[in-house]
Design a protein around this ligand. Structure first.
Ligand SMILES: [Mg+2]
Length: 244
């Protein structure tokens, strides 16, 4: 007798779409170091470093509306905060100080972002289980290309895409390119608005990595509807991700 196995009886292939920044590699460390360096420059110029930092964080969120996720935004915000602080304290901004602040802020985009602990092992374990992996990042294209290259993780992904925005349509097209059904696809990321919400809208399941998120995404006003799980590290991904 010949056993005929219908396609529905075959084990389904599971796909996992990963975010990059602060999911697989950490940018938090780079921003902290750059901000601390700029803050010291402000203090050395005789201004209040803490006041500068408060202004900088507010201005940087406001600047998203006009500058988006360009690499010019953070350095510009740092300089604007210094200039605004000078105006508030009736001091003249010194151009040399502005340039120093700008250079310190730019280091975020010039230095390599360190990999999150266990990133490579977590991805390798998933692949060993037959999962198909994709990397979907947003942000400045050139910088994301460099971060992907320096991560050394490219060989683990079947699909890599850098996009301006992770819409449900973009996520669905990545899942399609992975060759898996949406009901067998998962999104893994640290951002509720950029990763979780569009993925759940697209019909995927999601894992929220409870890592660094910056002020712009921290307003807490998002309603998350759909099947999702929170994890504090990538280590337990293998036991959470499963087929239909
Ligand atoms: Mg992220």
């Amino acid at each position: 007798m010949i056993a005929v196995v219908g396609s529905e009886a075959l084990p389904s292939v599971v796909g996992v779409v990963f975010d990059g920044d602060d999911t697989l590699w950490s940018t938090e460390f780079l921003y902290d170091e750059a901000r601390n360096a700029a803050r010291r420059i402000v203090a050395n110029a005789g201004m209040d470093g803490a006041a500068w930092e408060g202004l900088e964080r507010r201005i940087d969120v406001q600047n998203v509306a006009t500058m988006g996720f360009s690499t010019k935004r953070f350095p510009r915000s740092c300089v604007q905060a210094y200039e605004q602080l000078c105006v508030e304290r009736s001091a003249f901004p010194e151009p040399a100080v502005s340039l120093e602040i700008q250079a310190a802020a730019r280091s975020v985009f010039e230095r390599d972002a360190p990999l999150v602990a266990n990133a490579r092992k977590a991805l390798t374990d998933l692949r060993d289980k037959g999962r198909r992996l994709a990397l979907l990042t947003k942000g400045d294209h050139e910088m994301q290309v460099r971060r992907i290259e320096t991560s050394g993780l490219q060989d683990l992904f079947e699909v890599i895409e850098i996009v301006p925005e992770k819409s449900p349509a973009v996520i669905r097209s990545v899942v399609e390119r992975l060759g898996v059904g949406v009901r067998n696809a998962w999104m893994v990321g640290n951002s509720v608005p950029s990763d979780l919400i569009p993925a759940l809208e697209a019909g995927l399941r999601a894992v929220w990595i409870d890592a660094h998120v910056w002020e712009y995404e921290r307003d807490g006003s998002h309603t998350v509807e759909g099947p999702w799980t929170a994890l504090s590290t990538l280590t337990d991904l293998g036991s959470v991700i499963h087929g239909e």
